[in-house]
Design a binder for this molecule. Sequence first.
Ligand code: SF4
Ligand code: FE
Length: 518
Amino acid sequence: MINSEIKAFQKAEEAKKIVSSLDYIESLKNRNLDIYLFGENVIEPVDHPIIRPSINAVAKTYDLANEHPELAAVTSPYTGEKISRFLNVCTSANELVLQNKMQRKLGQLTGTCFQRCVGMDACNALHSVTYEIDQKYNSNYHKRFLAFLKLMHEKNCVIGGAMTDVKGDRSLLPHQQVDPDMFVHITKRTRDGIFVSGAKAHQTGCINSHWLIIMPTMRLSDADKEYAIVGALPVDSPGIAYIYGRQSCDTRSMEGGSIDVGNATFGGQEAMVIFDKVFIPNKYIFMDGEHDFASMLVERFTTYHRRSYVCKTGLGDVMIGAAAAIAEYNGIEKASHIKDKLVEMTHLNETIYGTGIASSYQGFPTASGAYLSDPMLANVCKHHVTKMPYEIGRLAQDLAGGLVATLPSEKELNHPKIGKLIRKYLRGKADVPTEDRIRILRLIENMTLGRNAVGYLTESMHGAGSPKAQRILIGRLMQTEYKKRLARILSGIETETPSNLTEEMGSYFARVFKIDAN
Ligand code: SF4
Ligand code: FE
């Protein structure tokens, strides 16, 4: 075995427990990751002005856990110590609900993607899926996964999930691709573990994590066994390269100043992760060839993750607040059409929240004891998210006026000659400083056109699966035959049978109604 590969795991296993946001930021330093941005290697991401806001967003999860442990922390069942709620595998519907409440709060506090839900949802999905693989194949994955989870609790660290393969020709299965690396797969086996190659695209928060969990991205066939792989590995394992994803207006973070960036403190992060013969030891492998469980894992993960998108309602709260503030600064807050638009934005935002949190409230136990949120409502939540933030953003731009896209720069505002003219002519209400008006406009720009439009809009469209993916699940779960039968009975075509109605409802409704009855 090659020493450097073993060493990466040993180092990660010996890492100190992270308690505070400062510990977290320290833990990211000197990791020697192979990161590319603007054609150069990033030596220290913590100090990079484009990357740092994304680190701050993750750091905020530690602050919230310390300031509001009832919301953002749990007691580990393995260590008995306080750890982040992002590391909790839920054993009740209420714990699922609390994840959503924490997500909304963090969205409010950061105005962006705080990146930790992928790892959280992957761990929740893997708890039940590894258990069920073991039941069928008498394998040992669940025990291995629990040992990994215990280690994560001991370290209180950040886990990134890596699911989305680059996929190559979308009409072909993984084993049919001309280039086998279009899906992450096993390239070599040794007595100690496996080596994997391939690439995962748009991986949220990967560079800001300590560990990555790689998972298959879709249903796999018998011929795709070498692609049916789940494993955990340290972010700084040898052979991994990270290619940073640019965001709209990202170089504003390099200009200095704090106004033009819109949100100077927080940002999201996506990168492409390239695996070139990366080693994973046996004890960190949680699926190896059980292709018949790939779709179960993807569906359970996306069920958790699609209701996690209530995160966007926290961003929506910021958007609504910014729209209301700019209306006030413009002196038009009392106009009835302004109020009506704010009501519409709120209605849309709460519609997302309602379905997401309802999905969690209707959570039910799986065989392993982990609770899974309601799949229909999770998909409806995420489907709302592919549309409603765009409308909320549109209304915010409507209330902002054209200035949101034509403002002069911060340097003009502070220019010795022209600055006072800008402060004079861009003033709204007399008692509101022009700079405040500009700051709110820049925030709206940031979330609808700039860096955090990635988190608020495009990630809302494609994160956790594009709209069509949710429509497929909704179509699969919508119980049309059962509903047709209801119609036939009431219209007199068919007679109701005295058998137990819930059993006739089919698995989805039967479960939901049974849970309600309890
Ligand atoms: Fe979490 Fe939302 Fe970011 Fe996904 S998009 S990681 S759910 S904050
Ligand atoms: Fe996401």
